[in-house]
Design a protein around this ligand. Structure first.
Ligand code: NDP
Length: 477
């Protein structure tokens, strides 16, 4: 038998991806460093389709039809390089190595370059949807060469999630590291979405005085409207869950220190390098980091806050509606920032990424899947060179309609001492973009004063410097 595809690395993700291929009628070669995992897969799920269990790298490679398609699903980082080193010598020109792990796109660029010399296509591929997605249909973001996509695309389309209109949630994102870059930004947006939802929850709890169960109901209602999304849906599930041992709301027995694996941090680090303001995503990463500083939080508990108060029942209901507006407006800003980073990365690395296509493949299968993404796709399809999502008339109109409530929610949060870094960063970004004049002019003056860094004038071409230490006359630099 020769397998159309092989998967090495059979932990949760690899195993489910292999099963997904097999369930879709492909013959799948399976391999794992620890052989027990390979045996377990075939024993438990062998009846789901055609698997070829390979115990050695040689057996694995020999089981694959040519050109070979070899998917790596191992722990990202050094293990990926180790596995490439093991398999690359066994491969031939035209073969494809597909890395489905959460690799940093810079590593993917390096690996692609190295393997290209050997004539091997390295396809760095972002895969989102967790273990369930891997099994039932993830959103797939492949990079790599156009040729590799011609061979691989149809298979990926088959195993991917399908959006409501039936379109497969996979597209050739762009060359080399483009796929992993887009997956990174996807995760950054995911961080921002989760933070904004967290802030909405905290406000409904601490300001409006609702219980977790009541807030779950509010989120369920929101999920029937424009906020309809997987993350809102699971938020309602988590909030309505009751801890069996104590009978308390589950959310009250979980330690409030958020962890992270790194893709959110990467999104911000790369944005800094590219000069893209992703303040909402950055605040989401920082909020997780702040939550984790237990000693600092303990030591700061004596810091004074405002006098505690909660809203009346009637005020609370109106407030909840306002929070929905604030959440939606802030969400538009997060996506605006994320898509800006994709545009900047595409420009920097010459990827020519189709933003509308990216929005389209995030409509199903991935963690940030949402009805909203269909509208982003429409915005970019309508105008592919859209400078910013906020330049889209529909989104601009929606934010305009939400802004009074958005401002009111933030003012209330500040008065009540509830931290809302995500909402605040989003609103500041919005106000920053629409401001006719920014204090950046003053910044330029200060820079010229202490460092003779020069400035440009609004009324004349050229760079200028004021002789601050002398007679303060202006000279052309
Ligand atoms: P893990 O990240 O826990 O990785 C475990 C797998 O890596 C095992 O198969 C292990 O083999 C193998 N491995 C580790 N080191 C080596 C090595 N040096 N040489 C060979 N194999 C090695 O598994 P997951 O299934 O959680 O994730 C797989 C990849 O998918 C990761 O890159 C992850 O970031 C990414 N991903 C995960 C998602 C998720 O929801 N979990 C979602 C999207 C992407 P052994 O059995 O021999 O130890």
């Amino acid at each position: 038998t020769s397998a159309q595809i092989g998967v090495t690395g059979l932990a949760v993700m690899g195993r489910n991806l292999a099963r997904n291929f097999a369930r879709n009628g492909y013959t799948v070669a399976v391999h794992n460093r620890t052989v027990a995992r390979t045996r377990e897969l075939v024993e438990r799920f062998g009846d789901e389709g055609d698997f070829v269990a390979a115990e050695t790298a040689e057996e694995f490679v020999a089981a694959l039809e040519r050109p070979r398609r070899l998917v790596i699903m191992v722990k990202a980082g050094d293990p990926t390089d180790a596995v490439i080193k093991e398999f690359a010598p066994l491969l031939e020109p035209g073969d494809m190595i597909i890395d489905g792990g959460n690799a940093h796109f810079a590593d993917t660029r390096r690996r692609e370059r190295e393997l290209r010399e050997q004539g091997i296509h390295f396809v760095g591929t972002g895969i989102s949807g967790g273990e369930e997605g891997a099994l039932h249909g993830p959103s797939i973001m492949p990079g790599g060469s156009k040729e590799s996509y011609a061979s691989l695309g149809p298979m990926l389309e088959k195993i991917s999630a399908k959006s409501k209109d039936g379109a497969p949630c996979v597209t050739h994102v762009g060359p080399d590291g483009a796929g992993h870059f887009v997956k990174m930004v996807h995760n950054g947006i995911e961080y921002a979405d989760m933070q904004l939802i967290g802030e909405a929850y905290q406000l409904l709890r601490d300001v409006a005085g609702y219980s977790p169960a009541q807030i779950a109901d509010i989120f369920r209602t929101w999920n029937t409207g424009r906020l309809d999304s997987y993350l809102i849906e699971i938020t309602a599930e988590v909030l309505s869950h009751v801890d069996e041992a104590t009978g308390k709301p589950f959310v009250d027995v979980v330690t409030d220190q958020a962890e992270q694996k790194g893709t959110g941090r990467w999104t911000v680090q790369i944005a800094l390098d590219l000069g893209v303001p992703v303040s909402g995503i950055a605040e989401a990463v920082f909020a997780r980091s702040l939550s984790g500083h237990a000693a600092l939080r303990e030591a700061s508990r004596h810091l004074a806050g405002p006098r505690p108060s909660t809203l009346s029942e009637q005020e609370a209901a109106a407030f909840a509606d306002r929070v929905e507006q604030a959440l939606y407006a802030s969400k538009i800003v997060s996506y605006t920032q994320g898509f800006h980073e994709i545009a900047a990365g595409s420009e920097e690395y010459g990827w020519d990424i189709d933003q509308g296509a990216v929005a389209a493949i995030w409509r199903a299968g991935c963690i940030i899947r949402a009805a909203f993404l269909d509208r982003i796709r429409a915005a970019y399809d309508g105008r592919p060179d859209l400078p910013s999502l906020l330049s889209d008339e529909t989104f601009a109109r929606e934010i305009a309609a939400a802004q009074d409530d958005w401002r009111e929610v933030l003012a209330t949060a500040v008065r009540h001492g509830v931290p809302t870094p995500g909402f605040a960063a989003a609103l500041s970004y919005y106000d920053g973009l629409r401001a006719p004049r920014l204090p950046a002019a003053l910044t330029q003056g200060q820079r010229d004063f202490f460092g003779a860094h020069t400035y440009r004038r609004v009324d004349r071409e050229g760079a200028f410097h004021t002789l601050w230490g002398g007679d303060r006359s202006e000279v052309q630099a």
